[in-house]
Write a protein that binds this ligand. Structure first.
Ligand code: LR7
Ligand code: MN
Length: 583
């Protein structure tokens, strides 16, 4: 069983595609004519006393505000006819296809094309109209922008850096920190040092061994001098006015963790594509990140406009700003997370459960190249690395709901003799020290539309052939006339796949008999497979004994219970619970 772990771009329901160079109907593209070419240079506006409502921690009122930067320094590009200029789709001649294919694997996108596009190209200002009119405080905190990368493609890495340099107000950009996570490509060594030496704000940190993006970000944060940390992936393009609205949120409340809207840089034609409004980051079991559009009702009820911040149960992970002191108060990332994956869940649960908030800020927009595959090697198996990271997060943050994580395809992670998820003492201590709320609180208050039933099925377990029920009396399993009023006949079928009454579990006994054991999550013989419908083994209770599937079967006289090889049509092997909470 494989759980999907690659990240998909946000949705776009607009059917018409302006330029069908890329995947049809996935995301809407922006026309050259959509470009706002009448941007005025930045003007500061001084407000009348009393118009501003924010008072700072010393009690003094900050009255000076100014408009968000709305001039794209790159709108008068050096070469208006360059390939990919203005973010429009670029094409290569058909005889260059071979080149495109040859270089694709360097980044798992059109590297050949990217190398021809200006490093400081203009892109369309995709912000909702009102954004350019918004005011922000003039004493916003400064930020360190942290890019970590491993073997990133030269042109996309540089385009990422240029987009930050060109589209961030200089007084707010303390520095750009490039953390090289032990890349092997030669051009990312001395040539990168040389190139970046022309920009005093750019610093390069080299890791001595491969750490993975989580510990690489921690290494960047450790040397950062800005008041706010802004993390970005190394294949992005920041859009006009992207930074101020993020810093404004942190300024208003240091426990707010703002994320930009993530737009799409098409992996085939490198065009800049905008995405639907009102999307938030969510997860489905087993902790799979995804996007969901706010409902019409929710938008109406909360009187939301397209520029309002959108509260998100979880963030995508790669692009966000956070107050540096707050980041460390939260214990930063769990440094035990390896290479890639799960850290977005960890930081999201931590932020919400320990008093903060995550929001998407529609006036801040950053394009990202979504790739079908990681272009770098994983030191260990990719799937195993991600699963292990997620199990760490589940163990620390999910309380009793961690069963839902394991129950959705990750039972094998429970066999701790095989899977070592490492030491969690410090993470558990941290959660206690910060007095964080429960995962139930998080579900009720932050993600109430999440379906999270704690058991799969419950009630009586009755046999379809004999209409009698399982019963647990004086520590042994019997088979009785069904009686709803008897607690001895009530069982739960849990996400751990236990047939369970309190802490006792039904298990295979000696010589195809049945036994009752103290439940043990790590013991695979306590697990039973059961489906109520739609499968060949429908309604069977199947256990795996010594790597052989066996089914729970009622004796023909209706007095015994034993295990027998499974038979699809045998009614004595068919079992049903009174209530199914989930499938
Ligand atoms: O070992 C590594 N060392 C690194 O420095 C592996 C990666 N990296 C760098 C890499 O070069 C890149 O700059 O880390 C950054 C992120 O890696 P990607 O681009 O391969 O990740 P992704 O875009 O596929 O995945 C998303 O999920 C990750 C989970 O660990 C991270 O949180 C990424 O930052 C995140 N990306 C985004 O949120 C962008 C939008 C995705 C969506 C939806
Ligand atoms: Mn990425």
């Amino acid at each position: 069983h494989r759980v999907e772990t690659t990240f998909k771009p946000p949705k776009n329901n607009v059917k018409e595609v302006v330029n069908n160079g890329g995947e049809k109907g996935l995301v809407r593209k922006v026309n050259k004519t959509d470009l706002n070419t009448e941007k005025q240079p930045l003007k500061s506006t001084s407000l009348q006393a009393g118009e501003d409502t924010k008072s700072n921690s010393t009690g003094a009122r900050n009255l000076a505000v100014h408009k968000v930067l709305s001039l794209d320094m790159t709108l008068a590009p050096r070469d208006a006819n360059a390939v990919g200029q203005f973010g429009v789709a670029a094409f290569v001649a058909s005889n260059e296809d071979v080149e495109v294919r040859k270089r694709w694997d360097e980044g798992h996108f059109n590297v050949y094309l990217s190398d021809q596009i200006p490093l400081d190209r203009a892109i369309p200002d995709t912000r909702p109209d009102m954004c350019a009119q918004n005011l922000v405080h003039d004493d916003l905190p400064s930020t360190s922008v942290i890019f970590c990368f491993v073997d990133e493609v030269w042109s996309t890495l540089l385009r990422s850096v240029h987009s930050v340099l060109n589209r961030s107000p200089p007084h707010l950009l303390k520095e750009i920190i490039l953390v090289d996570d032990f890349s092997t490509k030669d051009n990312l060594k001395q040539p990168l040092d040389e190139y970046m030496s022309q920009f005093p704000k750019v610093r390069i940190v080299r890791l001595k061994e491969r750490q993975g993006l989580i510990r690489a970000r921690l290494a960047g944060a450790a040397v950062a001098q800005g008041e706010v940390l802004t993390f970005l992936d190394s294949h992005i393009e920041c859009n006009v006015g992207w930074l101020e609205p993020l810093l404004e949120r942190v300024y208003l409340d240091r426990k707010k963790v703002p994320c930009p809207v993530i737009e799409v840089i098409n992996d085939k034609d490198m065009s800049y594509m905008l995405v639907d409004n009102f999307q938030r980051g969510i997860f489905k079991w087993p902790l799979v990140f995804g996007w969901s559009t706010l409902t019409e009702e929710h938008i109406k009820k909360n009187n939301m406009t397209v520029t309002d911040p959108i509260r998100c149960p979880v963030m995508a992970g790669g692009l966000f700003s956070i107050d540096k002191k707050y980041f460390y108060e939260l214990g930063a990332y769990d440094p035990g997370l390896d290479v890639w994956g799960g850290e977005n869940m960890e930081i999201s649960f931590k932020i919400w459960m320990c008093g903060g908030e995550i929001e998407i800020i529609p006036c801040s927009r950053v394009g990202h190249i979504f790739r079908g595959q990681n272009p770098y090697k994983f030191p260990k198996d990719r799937q195993k690395t991600v699963e292990r990271n997620l199990a760490r997060v589940a163990e620390v943050w999910l309380d009793e709901y961690k069963d839902l994580f394991y129950g959705h395809g990750y039972h094998h992670l429970l066999d701790r003799k095989v899977i070592n998820i490492g030491n969690l003492t410090e993470q558990i201590e941290l959660r206690k020290r910060l007095k964080c709320k429960s995962f139930k609180w998080y579900l009720d208050n932050v993600y109430p539309d999440m379906d999270a039933p704690l058991v799969v099925a419950e009630g009586l377990v009755f046999n379809r052939g004999l209409r009698k029920c399982l019963s647990l009396q004086n520590g042994s399993l019997t088979f009785d006339i069904c009686d709803l009023s008897k607690q001895s006949q009530h069982f739960n079928y849990t996400w751990m796949r236990h047939i369970r009454q309190q802490d006792m579990c039904v298990a295979p006994g000696k010589e195809n008999s049945l036994a009752v054991h103290l439940c043990d999550n790590t013991n695979s013989v306590h697990r039973w497979f059961h489906k109520s419908s739609n499968s060949a083994m429908a309604e069977h209770l199947v256990t795996v004994v010594v790597s052989q599937s066996m089914c729970l079967e009622a004796g023909p006289q209706g007095d015994t219970l034993h295990l027998n090889p499974c038979e699809t049509r045998n009614a004595l092997q068919k079992w049903q619970f009174t209530h199914y909470r989930a499938q």
